[in-house]
Design a protein around this ligand. Structure first.
Ligand SMILES: [Zn+2]
Length: 507
């Protein structure tokens, strides 16, 4: 792994005060596709997720449930870890912010902040416990928190503040030069307009009392606990043992001597904190910055935000049970916008599944392998030329994947599937075979395009794609995408395996 190009990608870390829902799944899957794709390119990838366990919300939820905080948090953190496994998310690490390595790392980051950037101030404000955010009067809707539809509390205390205002110009320059590349563009513009309005300094600690003693203690001040942003955001580096200045941190975050690729994946609700706060903190601490932040929208259910209080939470397991893991991944990436909000319903999901997986990829794979079985005795015929424009397909594929446009990636895959289906209907190999004509040419073209499709599907629906690779008798460990996207690499005389049903019809 020494000389391989390093690549870092993270998801945001959810609170552990509730069950994971399909919104969490979307982000895990998006980041996973990018991680898997970059591994296929031959990069040495570090893919990390975790749980935000120091929030006051967790303490409150535990109290409400009548459980010890630690016990409660362990239980819910486990649910997220289980989901990660069940969605086939290829994480390299999972950081829990109650871990020692996180405490030490967060405290180190605090200590590295420029001393001129931290000051203590008496603060009185409207505080939403749900958001853990102080709101300005004009940000409230009918006097309530816009997220929780609840009246905020008036809280007064002395906290440490961070001088974000000092970094406004620097952050603006980073965004405009794309040194910090925000995807999509409208999220970047949103951040720029925040800067235009004037960045306010923000609180980076709270009193031990308000935090119920739960969280990362501020170095050298026993009266204060770190506030959520310095604490939670630092997980991205504490997971790499930042506290120890480890080799891991040097390799995957600092990435000296290469064009750095350090990517955060997050939802639009926390973009301000990632694009402005986190960057300000890193600039102050003189720690290298992320290079890209990909910001997705929310999944809505009938137009409403997913929320426990609306009672419209859909557990990812409802999808996994109905469609299977790969189909769940395929649906969330293909049918939900990669950048804007997207609406979910089981009805739409059923339709999408049947159209694109049962009748699409699944049926096509089975058609092609059945023809090979019938007409060429399960052997790959001699190499023939490309009639599907796979070269252009790959150009688009890479461009779309590298710009996080998962929906377009899948759209192009679906339209390649449709083109191949059209080709079969037009060529009618069964008629040719009946008339005693040679169908070797057509069968090769179909098998080879199936190989291309399968490669394209590998990061998206890994387990199904691997199953097709087995049927095509292609060894998994030899895969390196750039060397495999030329036409004609499926060797003639390769022994194929019988086809299996990949996506069963819904009952
Ligand atoms: Zn709120």
């Amino acid at each position: 792994m020494k000389n391989m190009k390093k690549f870092y990608i993270s998801t945001s870390i959810p609170y552990v005060n509730g069950e994971p829902h399909i919104g969490h799944s979307l982000e895990f899957i998006q980041a996973d596709v990018v991680a898997r794709y970059n591994r296929l390119l031959g990069k040495d990838v570090f893919f990390v997720s975790g749980t935000d366990e120091n929030s006051l919300k967790n303490v409150q939820s535990a109290n409400k449930a009548g459980q010890e905080v630690k016990e409660y948090i362990d239980e819910y953190a486990q649910k997220f870890q289980d989901l990660v496994k069940d969605l086939d998310i290829s994480l390299d690490d999972f950081i829990r912010t109650t871990e020692d390595r996180h405490f030490k790392g967060a405290q180190k980051l605090w200590s590295l902040l420029d001393k001129d950037d931290i000051y203590k101030k008496k603060y009185k404000g409207l505080y939403c416990v749900g958001c853990e955010v102080f709101y300005n009067e004009d940000e409230l809707e009918d006097g309530c928190c816009p997220e929780h539809k609840k009246e905020p509390e008036i809280v007064e205390e002395e906290n440490y503040f961070f001088k974000l205002s000092k970094y406004a110009d620097q952050i603006k320059e980073l965004l405009n030069s794309k040194e910090l590349n925000i995807i999509p563009e409208n999220r970047k513009n949103e951040a720029l307009s925040f800067i235009e309005k004037g960045l306010e300094d923000f609180s980076i600690s709270r009193s031990v009392e308000r935090a119920h003693g739960w969280g990362v203690p501020v170095p050298e001040d026993e009266s204060q606990i770190m506030y959520v942003w310095v604490d939670a955001l630092s997980n991205y580096i504490t997971a790499l043992d930042f506290a120890e200045d480890s080799q891991k941190y040097q390799d995957y975050w600092v990435q000296a001597g290469q064009e750095r690729e350090v990517i955060h994946t997050l939802g639009k609700g926390i973009s301000r904190f990632h694009v402005l706060y986190w960057i300000g903190l890193l600039l102050s601490a003189k720690v290298p910055l992320p290079t890209q932040e990909f910001i997705h929208g929310y999944i809505t259910i009938n137009g409403e935000k997913i929320s426990k209080s609306f009672g419209n939470v859909i557990a990812p397991y409802e999808l996994i049970e109905r469609y299977g893991v790969d189909a769940t991944r395929f649906y969330l990436l293909g049918a939900i916008s990669s950048f804007q909000d997207g609406d979910f319903s089981f009805e739409k999901c059923d339709e999408y599944y049947t159209a694109n997986l049962v009748n699409g990829v699944g049926n096509l794979t089975s058609r092609i392998l059945t023809m090979a079985e019938k007409y060429t005795k399960n052997l790959v015929p001699p190499v023939e030329h490309d009639v599907f424009g796979t070269e252009d397909f790959w150009v688009e594929y890479k461009k779309d994947l590298e710009s996080f446009d998962f929906q377009r990636v899948i759209k192009n895959i679906n339209s390649l599937v449709a083109r191949v289906d059209g080709f079969i209907s037009e060529q009618k190999p069964w008629e040719k075979a009946k008339a005693g004509e040679d169908v070797n040419k057509v069968v090769y073209q179909l098998l080879e395009v199936l190989r291309h499709l399968t490669l394209a599907l590998l990061p998206i629906i890994p387990s199904t794609a691997n199953q097709i690779l087995v049927q095509l008798n292609i060894e998994k460990n030899t895969l390196k995408l750039n060397e495999l996207t030329s036409w004609g690499l499926l060797k003639s005389h390769t022994q194929l395996k019988k086809s299996k049903i990949l996506f069963p019809r819904l009952i």
